[in-house]
Design a protein around this ligand. Sequence first.
Ligand code: NDP
Length: 245
Amino acid sequence: TTDNEQPRVILVTGASSGIGEATARHLAAEGHHVVLTARRTDRLDAIVADIEQAGHSAEARALDVTDRTAFQALVEDVVTTRGRLDVLVGNAGVMLLSRLDVLLVEEWDRMFEVNVRGLYNGIAAVLPHFQRQRSGHVITMASTGAHEVPPTSAIYSATKYAAWALTEGLRIESDPAIRVTTISPGVTQSELADHITDAHAAGFMVDYRRSAIPADAIARAVGFAIAQPADIDVSEIIVRPTAQR
Ligand code: NDP
């Protein structure tokens, strides 16, 4: 077997629903060991039970990505218990859409806390280990909102442009033995829009999200990037509904 066919140890953030859950299930089915993390551990336990029942390998661990110390401790623990960590899928995110003039500034803070700080907390936790190991793969979940700014999406898109820039910066600076990928999903079935509090933005989303594609479509893109030979770095994949405008 070549390097790319070996089972990896993969940590997925935000694995309790939507894209993270689908990604964890897909990667476990491909034969990797998946460490599922999120705050809702009851959800994670149920998903891991399913994965194990299907004969695959996974574990559930509580993690709030905004807690940098906890992130670092978890990565160290995975490296100690599993002997390695090969891939970080930085997927956890929130999308609290609203027009700027509604001034939901606490929601702006929350999006930056989770989508940007939570992402670089993960990079800070894995990077020293990937450098020591002289291999590793950081995969981040940006968005088509990292390429365009639809109305109500100014702050959310700002966090996703930031995620995109952070990922590209990591690629440019890293040891070539470390791979870096951004996945930019379009409208995808998940719980993402359920947390929007602004009535105008929530109402707009009902129509906008009708064309949403299954989360497994994004999971397959993650799997594709991981499965490439070690000398091939998939920098970005944009996956969106054919009907998305
Ligand atoms: P979901 O709401 O279904 O999933 C979000 C995940 O993030 C949950 O597992 C949630 O777990 C986790 N999460 C939220 N806050 C935290 C936190 N502080 N610490 C740890 N985990 C957290 O939405 P999606 O699956 O759609 O979202 C996944 C990613 O995909 C996000 O980054 C999103 O921006 C991105 N994306 C989604 C698109 C879509 O249309 N669905 C389009 C483009 C990008 P828990 O609450 O248990 O902690």
